[in-house]
Design a protein around this ligand. Structure first.
Ligand SMILES: [Zn+2]
Length: 278
């Protein structure tokens, strides 16, 4: 695995164009931090709302019918995210970014803020994030979640003051978390759709870790990278939608190991780049 990674990284590093090192991460990266995946049997949507599947509960449609319940749940998750700490995988990526600087990009499906807390900055949060809110009725503008609105336990109700803070000052409808729900489409303003695809187009290699490619933008990112000649490195514990996409392609490397260990190897290769390539 190390030798193949080395060949790919050296080759991309020497390229003059389309030479970005892009990482695409998903829920699997945060599971070592104790954050369950959405769709898994222990998915946090399922845990919080025993009667609903995530695809039903995590929708704008459901929010319109039950805004308080969805907010209670969002604030429960906020507390869970705040109590979690970034793990080795997050820190390794932040270190790799520190070495590659502008040639590094990180596209994440996670909304838990752990990449940022570990120090990553060249970040595209394509499923939005929990720190921001916007009007559910379509008024423009995305603002920070007010400080006064704190994380909650699963059975805690919203206070009157919180309901006031979560009301759109312009039209009086509910504000909502700035995250992508299952019945919504990716766009640039909230999801960085076009920026992420542009990064994919200019990538020399796309490392995919902790995500199975169950939604369409991550898959489109991989397809775009492939189309413009990038290598795809699939770092996951089992086969997934990305594996399906690349299995008959030449520019690929499939690694069935834990992401943390693979990131350490990648970091070492990058650390020695200048020495090895002289
Ligand atoms: Zn509004």
């Amino acid at each position: 695995m190390k030798q193949q990674l080395e060949e790919i990284i050296h080759q991309v590093y020497r390229k003059e164009k389309r030479n970005l090192f892009t990482f695409l991460t998903g829920a699997g990266i945060s599971s070592d931090s104790g954050i369950p995946t959405y769709r898994g049997i222990d998915g946090i949507w399922v845990k919080g709302t025993q009667f609903h599947k995530p695809e039903e509960f995590g929708t704008l449609r459901y929010f319109r019918q039950h805004p308080e319940e969805v907010w209670q749940y969002a604030l429960f998750r906020k507390k869970m995210f705040e109590n979690a700490a970034p793990n080795e995988s997050h820190f390794e990526l932040a270190e790799i970014e520190g070495m590659l600087k502008d040639r590094f990009h990180l596209v994440t499906q996670n909304i838990d803020n752990l990449h940022r807390r570990a120090g990553s900055t060249r970040l595209y949060e394509i499923h939005g994030n929990n720190r921001e809110i916007k009007c559910s009725n379509g008024c423009k503008g995305i603002i920070g979640l007010p400080e006064e609105v704190k994380g909650k336990n699963i059975d805690e109700d919203l206070t009157e003051r919180e309901i006031e803070l979560l009301t759109c000052p312009d039209c009086g409808h509910w504000m909502r978390p700035n995250i992508l729900w299952f019945d919504e489409y990716y766009d640039e303003k909230t999801n960085k759709k076009f920026s992420a695809l542009k990064v994919a187009k200019n990538s020399g290699v796309l490392f995919i870790a902790g995500t199975s490619g169950a939604t369409n933008l991550p898959l489109a990112i991989a397809e775009t990278a492939l189309k413009y000649g990038a290598y795809i490195v699939d770092i996951n514990t089992e086969d997934n939608h990305f594996t399906e996409l690349i299995k008959n392609k030449k520019n690929k490397l499939i690694i069935r190991e834990r992401s943390t260990e693979v990131f350490v190897v990648i970091k070492e290769i990058i650390k020695n780049l200048n020495k090895d390539l002289m």
